[in-house]
Design a protein around this ligand. Structure first.
Ligand code: UD1
Ligand code: CA
Length: 481
């Protein structure tokens, strides 16, 4: 196998992650829209390995089900008891039939910031140098918890000592084990057979393989990773937040370099699956989640959360929450709108202030400007829906559909009691409860007639401020019986 195509990548994900203090297995915690192990699997995939094996153990049904959802080609190896990282790799090699010839890359399932490019470089260095093992190392500001890289007088790596097993002098070493290795598959299997458990945790440490190979006279190499932030291992929720911030910053940086304006990266949050068109503009306080796409020249935010939503070119979405919605070209949404699944706003359409929509197709240029609920509806083009209208879609048992044509003008405070259809070019009067279909071009009026009872205040509220005001405004009218 060539440097570009390792024989196998093994991802270690059997541990419980006790330091997370969580009912959710550690590797299933999410940052930027993907689980920790999902990030590692995605980076591993970029190497196009012949085999990609994830070692599962703790909560393995849950982890396995998750893996088949995110990458159905992944193989899993079960480690029934978590006897250490070395034991975990043994389980993976057994799953692959025991002897894997060629390069085997091992990564931990809790290092989500690692990129495919870094893994590729490691594999390249490993094969070019003809090493038995190459460990990816980094100098970190705080090495607490990490295994320390021990080098001999000549600078060559002689082994790795775990934090818990390290002497004070060893703990002072700043160069740490990232947990990422490239191995010669055959030598790895051999050395794993020799790993002992006489350490503070009574586990088979994968890191001991380095010392074993070195003593047997094999070449042990280290690739010093340039960016220590990539190898951040998540053991607790402080590190989870740290990793999320780093990945978010990385994603926003990519977007900005590709021509997106992000007004305040510190208060803008994106998932790895979010995409942008050129000159998209993102205001502060915005969260873009899932398969959201913000097209060219569209403007989103401030204070907006969009999930699986497409915002077409030149549209404006302000102070809005949307889920599985489509906002047409040059359409406007908000401020203060809520677009629920199945909302499809046409080009130049408007969902204005305090407007909620669900399962609604709104035609080109149609406006729903103020204080309205549009549920289960189809509205044609260039129609105007009056303020404070409600599409009454639910009879307590079933949902019903409302259809409104093109170029209609519906009055303010209308109730459209579904199922109901309003023809093209029709008008409805303010305050109407529309229960019957309206033919094209008709005016529908559906409200009580107004009745004025004159002189009522003078008779029923004598001496009140209202009576005095009425008396001075129109003495004759106020006294009328
Ligand atoms: C490990 C390394 C340490 C390195 C650090 C980098 C060992 C002994 N130590 O320490 O040198 O600096 O990663 O982040 O390798 N796992 C299993 N089965 C097990 C034990 C662990 O699958 O029996 C998995 C865990 O799910 C996790 C990964 O291996 O994804 C690393 O385990 P963890 O307990 O986090 O090791 P660290 O103490 O961080
Ligand atoms: Ca770890």
């Amino acid at each position: 196998m060539s440097a570009n195509r390792p024989a196998a990548v093994v991802v270690l994900a059997a541990g419980e992650g006790t330091r997370m203090k969580s009912a959710t297995p550690k590797v299933l915690h999410e940052i930027c829209g993907r689980s920790l192990v999902g990030h590692v699997v995605a980076a591993s995939r970029e190497l196009d390995p012949a085999h990609l094996v994830v070692v599962v153990g703790h909560a393995r049904e849950q982890v396995t089900a998750h893996l088949s959802a995110v990458d159905p080609e992944v193989r899993t190896a079960v480690q029934y008891e978590q006897n250490g990282t070395g034991h975990a790799v043994r389980m993976a090699l057994e799953e692959l039939g025991g002897n894997v010839t060629g390069t085997v890359i091992v990564v931990c399932g809790d290092t989500p910031l690692l990129t495919g490019e870094t893994l590729r470089q490691l594999a390249r260095t490993h094969e070019t140098d003809g090493n038995a093992v190459t460990v990816l190392t980094a100098e970190v500001p705080d090495s607490t918890g990490y295994g320390r890289i021990i080098r001999g007088a000549d600078g060559a790596v002689t082994g790795i000592v775990e934090h818990k097993d390290a002497t004070d002098a060893q703990r002072a070493v700043r160069e740490i084990n990232s947990g990422v290795f490239a191995f010669d598959g055959t030598l790895l299997a051999d050395a794993l057979g020799k790993v002992r458990t006489d350490n503070s945790q009574g586990e088979e440490y994968l890191t001991d393989v380095l010392g074993i190979l070195r003593e047997a006279g094999h070449r042990v190499g280290a690739a010093v990773g340039g960016d220590h932030r990539q190898i951040l291992g998540i053991n607790n929720r402080v590190q989870l937040a740290e990793a999320r911030a780093l990945l978010n910053a990385r994603l926003l940086e990519q977007a900005m370099l590709a021509g997106v304006t992000v007004v305040d990266p510190a208060s803008t949050f994106v998932d790895v699956t979010v995409t942008f068109g050129q000159d998209a503009l993102i205001h502060p306080g915005t969260q873009l989640l899932g398969a959201t796409h913000v097209a060219e020249r569209a403007e989103v935010g401030p204070n907006t959360r969009l999930k699986d939503t497409t915002v077409h070119a030149g549209a404006r979405v302000d102070n809005t929450v949307a889920d599985s919605a489509v906002v047409g070209e040059s359409a406007t949404v908000g401020p203060f709108a809520y677009l629920r699944p199945g909302t499809n706003l046409g080009a130049k359409a408007k969902a204005g202030t305090y407007v909620e929509m669900k399962n609604a197709t709104i035609g080109e240029g149609t406006k729903v400007p103020h204080l309205s609920y549009v549920g289960d509806a189809t509205i044609g083009e260039y129609t105007n829906i009056g303020a404070a209208s409600v599409f009454v879609n639910y009879d307590g048992e079933h949902k019903h559909h409302t259809t409104i044509g093109s170029h209609c003008k519906t009055g303010s405070d209308n109730m459209f009691v579904a199922p109901v259809t309003i023809g093209d070019g029709a008008y409805t009067a303010a305050g109407s409860v529309i229960t019957k279909d309206v033919p094209p071009g008709a005016l529908a009026v559906a409200r009580g007639q107004q009745r004025n009872i004159e002189g009522w205040v003078a008779r029923k509220r004598p001496g009140s401020a209202a009576a005095t005001a009425a008396q001075s405004a129109a003495p004759e009218d106020a006294a009328r019986h």
